[in-house]
Design a protein around this ligand. Structure first.
Ligand code: PMP
Length: 419
């Protein structure tokens, strides 16, 4: 039994049965090189629980039809399931209206949609966009391309060597020219949790629009967009135990209704003629063509799955593993650990003295321990530390103490072999 704080601040008792949670994930039942695999790459993508896999199968077996255009019962069924999934996302994020949720291909597409449909029409030459040193490439490149196209200025808020944002610098970089501020909630490279509530409030003071990249936080931190006050928030289904190729964008109604389409085609128009066409209101305006219907419905099932476990219980389980893994890693010695912070996500980025990250990754792989080695789509972050990348182990709700032990044993063996 684990004691975790309830949302109201009191103590509630939540049982965490690691074996039961693991049993929900068929992939964990595999044998790799004859042994139980250890999956420590959830920051790249999470495994999928049976509930999500079954939901996809159910859709393709019994509800398979196109949405929003059917003159038949099967299409009605698919449309209801699809719109119900939108409602689940809206409630999960605390949006005011379901229509503030647009289904996308994932975080990357969400950010590109904002750059295209908000950035192009609403930003003017000379305007500034503020990012942080921690951003994933997908929260840099759409803004860089937009800046080149429109003559905008990109600014980057620095971090401390600890991996934390230099908050005073972030504040100082916000000026009356800053029109958009886009930042990650949790760094995928380091696990740092950014003070997004404060950052949003500061950005609002200069009248800037705020975009939150919740790709890494959505699986363990509660996100309430109305309390946060952000204008946009994006995440990917596949990092929330959901299907690939689907994600969601939250956009404040006031913006979405003014924004032009991102892509165009079927399902997003009210009238088309060769002379002129009219578009549907959001969210349909931003969902051209046949959407990833099964994906959206599967994402709804993933949300049900995490809500049944409880985000607080998930976070406290992951924190226990993080504490144990950090201590063991330090005890091993000869390790440079990045962002060794008291409060962070369950991501450990490190280098083993005298070894290359990809050699360590390969040695762990031989022992059926899956980690990520490389730049993790964070090249500017590693430029700051003047290293090409790291080994990254990320712990999720289906990991347990045995995984931590196996990882440490595998690291010790890698060290022996490589040094
Ligand atoms: N932002 C962050 C912080 C991420 O971790 C990732 C995925 N690694 C992305 C954006 C991009 O997500 P996707 O590839 O699912 O679009």
């Amino acid at each position: 039994m684990a004691e975790v704080a309830s949302e109201s601040g009191g103590e509630v008792s939540v049982s965490w049965n690691a074996a039961e949670v693991r049993a929900e994930f068929p992939q964990l039942g595999l044998k790799v090189n004859g042994v139980r695999p250890v999956y420590l790459d959830s920051a790249a993508t999470t495994l999928k629980p049976r509930a999500v896999i079954d939901r996809l199968q159910h859709f393709y077996s019994y509800e398979c039809a196109n949405v929003h255009r059917g003159a038949h019962w099967l299409s009605d069924r698919a449309t209801s399931a699809y719109e119900e999934a939108r409602q689940k996302v809206a409630r999960f994020l605390g949006a005011e209206r379901d229509s503030e949720i647009v289904f996308t291909r994932g975080t990357t597409e969400g950010l590109n949609l904002i750059a295209h449909s908000f950035g192009r029409p609403f930003l003017q030459p000379g305007d500034e966009i503020l990012l942080t040193q921690l951003e994933h490439h997908s929260n840099i490149l759409p803004w860089q391309l937009l800046a080149q196209e429109k003559g905008l200025k990109l600014k980057v808020a620095p971090i401390h060597p600890s991996g934390e944002l230099v908050e005073e610098e972030f504040e100082a970089l916000l000026t009356n020219q800053t029109k958009l501020v886009s930042f990650t909630h949790v760094s995928n490279g380091l696990g740092t949790i950014l003070p997004i509530q404060k950052m949003i409030q500061s950005a609002q003071k200069v009248g800037a629009v705020t975009v939150v990249d919740a790709a890494q936080s959505v699986s363990f931190l509660p996100l309430r967009v109305r309390d946060l006050g952000c204008d946009f928030l994006v995440f990917s289904g596949h990092k929330l135990f959901g299907p690939y190729g689907v994600g969601a964008l939250y956009g404040r109604h006031q913006w979405l209704e003014q924004m032009p389409p991102y892509q165009s085609g079927g399902s997003m128009i009210s009238k088309v003629s060769f002379a002129k066409s009219d578009f549907l209101p959001p969210p349909q305006r931003f969902e051209a063509g046949t959407p990833h219907i099964a994906g959206a419905i599967g994402l709804g099932a993933a949300i049900d799955f995490v809500q049944a476990l409880g985000l607080e219980a998930i976070e406290s389980h992951e924190q226990r593993l993080l504490t144990m893994a950090t201590e063991e890693l330090k005890q091993m010695g000869g390790v440079r650990l990045f962002a060794d912070l008291d409060h962070k996500a369950s991501i450990l980025s490190f280098l083993m003295e005298g070894t290359h990250p990809s050699d360590v990754g390969a040695m762990l792989d031989q022992q059926a321990v899956a980690v990520r080695a490389g730049h993790h789509c964070n090249q500017p972050l590693w430029d700051f530390y003047q290293v090409p990348g790291t080994v990254r182990a990320s712990f999720s709700l289906y990991n347990d103490e045995e995984d931590v032990e196996r990882w440490i044993v595998a690291l010790k063996k890698a060290k022996e072999m490589l040094l």
